[in-house]
Design a protein around this ligand. Structure first.
Ligand code: NAD
Ligand code: FES
Length: 277
């Protein structure tokens, strides 16, 4: 069992942080890697990229959005409760290299995944500009942490309630125009990663994205997480989750992510009806 030692609610309770005792994973995990968690015996296996690790304390931190029955069950877990299974670290770690000027672009809960990568890129000597976006100020997460992890933080909100009024891509264009950007890392909703990659291709700037397709085993056995990258089929769980953003087939990824939407919606509604009865 994997005990929860810290729990925080963000974005008005729609995003949850759990710090979990998992000493072996905490010791081995690197930025960019993920774990698969199961709340109980009959629970669904949910892959989540780690938002932080503390090898000394023996803990890992996950931040997730409540989007369906399984994440609603996760949300019910309090400090002192435990996840039944936490498997990891899985996937390849982020390739970290000192290249000079780097831009890290994060959208919504993708900012949680971007945070340790931003920090690591700065720690090895890159100059990191972070651009983060949320629909509105009250649901923006990890502002202080991203400020500390980067050299410069730019904030965007879709409704203009904080920072730049508009999408992260608008500020990215400004930074790319200034020149000398050697690498862009983008993590967030698939449309965001698609349009960031489209833009950076025009400026010929290498771009890394982290993909979150449907996963089952997380070890390359089931094929559930397959994505098309540069015309080849890759398994995000073992070949990724990070890929060259210019080569990803985002439209196919979006279609595959929507495959079970109706079933997931019905399952969540049935769960809420029983829970609230
Ligand atoms: P969201 O839809 O509110 O978008 C967050 C920000 O992304 C927006 O404020 C905007 O700046 C940018 N954005 C969105 N669509 C864009 C577009 N078409 N062009 C340019 N920029 C755009 O995000 P949310 O509701 O918080 O959802 C988070 C999403 O991130 C979910 O879809 C989730 O699956 C995904 N996610 C991905 C990972 C990953 O590893 N790739 C990790 C966590 C979450
Ligand atoms: Fe099964 Fe990747 S999750 S192959």
């Amino acid at each position: 069992m994997f005990n929860i030692v810290r729990r925080e609610e963000m974005s008005g309770g729609t995003v949850i942080l759990n710090e979990i005792e998992a000493p072996l994973i905490a010791r081995k995990a690197k930025p960019g890697q993920f774990v698969i968690l199961k709340a109980g015996e009959d629970g669904e296996r949910i892959p989540l990229t780690m938002a932080d690790t503390d090898p000394d304390k023996g803990t890992i931190t996950i931040i997730y959005m409540v989007v369906g029955k399984s994440t609603a069950l996760f949300k019910d877990l309090k400090v002192g409760d435990a996840y039944m299974d936490v498997i990891g670290p899985l996937g390849k770690a982020t390739h970290l290299e000192k290249v000079g000027k780097v831009v890290c672009v994060g959208g919504g809960t993708g900012i949680a995944v971007l945070h340790p990568i931003t920090r690591a890129l700065k720690e090895i000597g890159n100059h990191v500009t972070a651009i983060v976006g949320a629909r509105s100020k009250d649901i923006l997460i990890l502002e202080e942490q991203m400020k500390a992890a980067s050299n410069e933080l730019r904030i965007c909100t879709d409704d203009g309630s904080y920072g730049h009024h508009g999408f992260v891509t608008e500020v990215l264009k400004e930074v790319l125009e200034a020149g000398d950007v050697k690498l862009v890392v983008a993590i967030g909703p698939v449309p965001m990663m698609k349009f960031v990659s489209k833009m950076t291709a025009e400026y010929n700037v290498p771009t890394m994205v982290s993909l979150n397709p449907i996963m089952v085993d997380g070890t390359g056995m089931c094929g559930g997480c397959r994505v098309s990258v540069g015309g080849e089929t890759k398994f995000a769980c073992v070949d990724g989750p990070e890929f060259d953003g210019h080569k990803v087939d985002y439209d196919e990824l979006m279609l595959r992510l929507q495959a079970y939407c109706e079933d997931e919606k019905k399952c969540f509604e049935d769960y809420c009806t029983i829970r609230d009865a």
